[in-house]
Design a protein around this ligand. Structure first.
Ligand code: ATP
Ligand code: MG
Length: 220
C-alpha cells in the first residue's frame, strides 16, 4: 500500500538555493476557480516553487452556517489541485484539534523548514483587510511575505490604505488577477437551489459534491 501523503512536503533537499513556498489558506467549502486562479497567478508573479493549499480547521458551525467536514474539504482540495505539479493539498490544519490561527501555522512552518525556505501567504483582498485587525498582524509579517490578490467587490486600495493607516511594518505584494466573481457562498447557494455549478469549479469537485450530497438543503 502507498504511504499517505506527508502533511508537509519535504523541501530540505535544496539547501543551496532560496526556495519560495506559497500558502493558500481558506475554508474551501468548496474550493473553486477563484482560489485556483489566485494561487496560480501568485505562483507565477512571485516565482513560487510550490503552493500549499491548506483547508482550515473550522468549527462545524461558522457564522450560523454548517461547514463541511475537514475530510470533505480536504478531498475536494486534493481533487482540484491534482493536475498542477506546483500545487499540494495539505492536511496540516485539519489534522489539528480546533481552529488553527494563521500566525501559529506560519510559526510552525517556519520552525520546520530550513532558513533557505521563504514563506509567502496568499490571500484575497477581503482577507488582507481582516489581517490588519488581527492583533498579531506584525508577527505574520515577520514570518511571511503577504500576497494580496484583487477580488471583485473588495477594493485593494482600501486594503492598502488600512495597512498604511495601521502603521504595520509588513511586506505586502499586491497582484491584479482577472476578476472572477466566484465565491464558495455563491456555489453553495446555487447547489441548494438545484442550479448548475459547472465551470465555476473543476468537474472532479462537482462529481465529489454530487456523490456525497454536499450543500443540499436540509429536509425540515
Ligand atoms: P465563502 O464564500 O464561504 O467565504 P470564499 O469563496 O470567500 O468562501 P474562502 O475559503 O473564504 O473562499 O477564501 C480563501 C481565500 O481565497 C481568501 O484569501 C479569499 O480572499 C480568497 N478568494 C476566494 N475567492 C476568491 C476570488 N474569486 N478571487 C480572489 N481571491 C479569492
Ligand atoms: Mg470567504
Amino acid at each position: 500500500m502507498n504511504s499517505p501523503a506527508p502533511v508537509l512536503p519535504p523541501l530540505g533537499s535544496y539547501p543551496a538555493r532560496t526556495y519560495r513556498l506559497g500558502i493558500m489558506g481558506g475554508t474551501f467549502d468548496p474550493i473553486h476557480y477563484g482560489h485556483l486562479v489566485t494561487a496560480e497567478q501568485a505562483r507565477e508573479a512571485l516565482d513560487l516553487d510550490l503552493v500549499l493549499f491548506m483547508p482550515a480547521g473550522v468549527p462545524a458551525f461558522k457564522q450560523d452556517r454548517h461547514v463541511s467536514s475537514g475530510e470533505d474539504r480536504y478531498a475536494m482540495t486534493l481533487l482540484a489541485t491534482a493536475a498542477n505539479p506546483a500545487f499540494v493539498a495539505s492536511r496540516f490544519e485539519i489534522d489539528r484539534a480546533g481552529v488553527t490561527y494563521t500566525v501559529d501555522t506560519l510559526r510552525e512552518l517556519r520552525a520546520r523548514y530550513p532558513e533557505n525556505v521563504e514563506l509567502y501567504f496568499i490571500t484575497g483582498a477581503d482577507a488582507i483587510m481582516d489581517i490588519v485587525s488581527w492583533h498579531n498582524a506584525e508577527q505574520i509579517g515577520d514570518l511571511a511575505t503577504l500576497i494580496a490578490a484583487t477580488r471583485p467587490g473588495y477594493d485593494i486600495e482600501t486594503a492598502k490604505a488600512h495597512i498604511t493607516a495601521a502603521g504595520l511594518n509588513i511586506d505586502v505584494h499586491y497582484i491584479e488577477i482577472p476578476a472572477l466573481a466566484i465565491s464558495s457562498t455563491h456555489l453553495r447557494e446555487r447547489i441548494a437551489e438545484g442550479k448548475s455549478i459547472r465551470y465555476l469549479t473543476s468537474e472532479s469537485v462537482i462529481g465529489y459534491i454530487r456523490k456525497n450530497s454536499l450543500y443540499l438543503p436540509v429536509e425540515e
